[in-house]
Design a protein around this ligand. Structure first.
Ligand SMILES: Cc1cc2nc3c(=O)[nH]c(=O)nc-3n(C[C@H](O)[C@H](O)[C@H](O)COP(=O)(O)OP(=O)(O)OC[C@H]3O[C@@H](n4cnc5c(N)ncnc54)[C@H](O)[C@@H]3O)c2cc1C
Length: 398
């Protein structure tokens, strides 16, 4: 008899886990609160561990990187307080040479690989009760309000930073969510900032507020506005556009103006507070959390998608290795993954300073540091300039 698992959430972690489970001989059933699969999304940098997980999950060939061609001039620019632009180290210049994708690209590639897996939209868990040999889940249908019970051998909570599975099985959000006193707003730009090349990236990182434009090879750029604030609750009141205009007022720069104007025209955007999820254990009996639900590192780490892919793939591998012992499988999975997650949760604090410095001093230090690194690295060898950077993750040039 194939064991059945309820996977809650149709994001990167949920679909990765479903593929991993299926490979381990399980039958996953995915429930997703939204009425349909989301598409699009913001810029995501995929690091080597994420690319390897994509290969392990068999999705690498469906997922192509959108890294801009390396230009002889520069791909990334920083704009200083006087509006002067300078070549800069961008997100994609980090060690590991992240692949530039949209969140939706990863989800689309995973989606192609979960053909045959049952997916129930508009469905969410209401109660989870563990018995000796199974876990009973009360499921609610968001459209009709109908509820029904169903038994599974395991529940996988892959339902994001504000996970319902975590709340039901492990306790309230306050026990696990740490607040970072910062906000983000991410969306796609219809058009690049005037006077920049279509695939340029632009960074304005002032103390407590920053504007990032991520240039892509074959897609309009995406934008990220991020700022620090101690009053998180207040940020969710009133109009978001007005709020952001007021936070970024005084940053009198054409780039900031273009991004703020574009926000008003954007069909959708993500506006949220920044947190990290810290949990002493990711599983409890027959329930396990994966991805942001378990360890949300937050966007500053740049490792959320990478770790969601890796977490889902590793879960499948652990279940395959311990087919008759769920406790041993979950323990082995967590032991193997924990050091990687802890490391990146820690470095996220430093990376936050790179995204949005905490003070004028930190802003100056950031600028000096990155300038120094850029000088040490020097100009790239001529052979690299202009070389192909858009390719399938499996390595096949497109
Ligand atoms: C602006 C921004 C930039 C980022 N940049 C990067 C980057 O450069 N590199 C990187 O690796 N990561 C990045 N990340 C992080 C990365 O996108 C996330 O860590 C990753 O997408 C998390 O995936 P997930 O599946 O765990 O959660 P989610 O993407 O949150 O998916 C959860 C899913 O569960 C569903 N759901 C929620 N509640 C329920 C419920 N009660 N019942 C049923 N379904 C439910 C949701 O609708 C959703 O489909 C970034 C994040 C942001 C916001």
């Amino acid at each position: 008899m194939r064991k059945r698992a309820l996977v809650v959430g149709l994001g990167i972690a949920g679909m990765s886990a479903a593929i991993g489970l299926r490979r381990a001989g399980w039958t996953p059933v995915i429930v997703e609160r939204a009425p349909k699969r989301r598409t699009g999304g913001y810029f995501v940098g995929l690091f080597p561990e994420g690319r390897q997980a994509a290969v392990d999950l068999g999705i690498a060939d469906h997922l192509h990187a959108r890294n801009p061609q390396r230009a002889a001039r520069a791909n990334s620019w920083s704009v200083d307080r006087r509006g002067r632009r300078r070549p800069a180290l961008g997100f994609l210049d980090q060690p590991g040479e992240p692949a530039a994708v949209l969140r939706g690209d990863i989800e689309a590639a995973l989606w192609q690989n979960i053909t045959g897996v049952e997916v129930r939209f508009g469905t969410t868990p209401v109660a989870i009760t563990e018995g000796p040999a199974e876990v009973q889940v009360l499921l609610g249908t968001t459209g009709t309000g109908a509820q029904y019970r169903e038994s599974f051998d395991m529940v996988v909570g892959a339902d994001g930073m504000r996970s319902s599975v975590r709340r039901i099985v492990f306790g309230p959000d306050e026990d696990y969510l740490t607040t970072w006193n910062a906000m983000i707003c991410a969306f796609q730009l219809k058009q690049q900032v005037p006077s920049y090349e279509a695939s340029d990236s632009i960074i304005i990182a002032h103390a407590k507020r920053a504007v990032w434009v991520f240039g892509l090879a074959d897609h309009s750029p995406t934008a990220l506005l991020t700022y620090r604030t101690t009053d998180i609750q207040e940020q969710f009141s009133g109009s978001r556009v007005q709020r952001l205009r007021s936070v970024f007022s005084g940053m009198d720069d054409p780039v900031a103006r273009h991004v703020l104007d574009s926000l008003e025209e954007a069909p959708d955007h993500l506006f949220d507070s920044v947190h990290q999820v810290r949990m002493p254990r990711w599983s409890n009996g027959r329930a396990v959390l994966v991805g942001d639900a378990a360890w949300c590192m937050n966007l500053y780490s740049g490792m959320g998608a990478t770790s969601s892919l890796r977490g889902g793939a590793a879960l499948g591998a652990a279940l395959l290795e311990h087919p008759d012992d769920l406790t041993a499988a979950l323990a082995a999975w967590e032991t193997g993954l924990r050091p990687f997650i802890t490391k990146h949760q820690r470095t996220a604090r430093l990376k936050q300073q790179m995204f949005v410095p905490s003070s004028r001093r930190a802003e100056a230090l950031r600028s000096v540091l990155l300038g120094l690194v850029r000088r040490i690295r020097g100009r790239r060898p001529a052979t690299e300039a202009g070389g192909p950077r858009t390719r399938a993750l499996s390595g096949t040039p497109r």
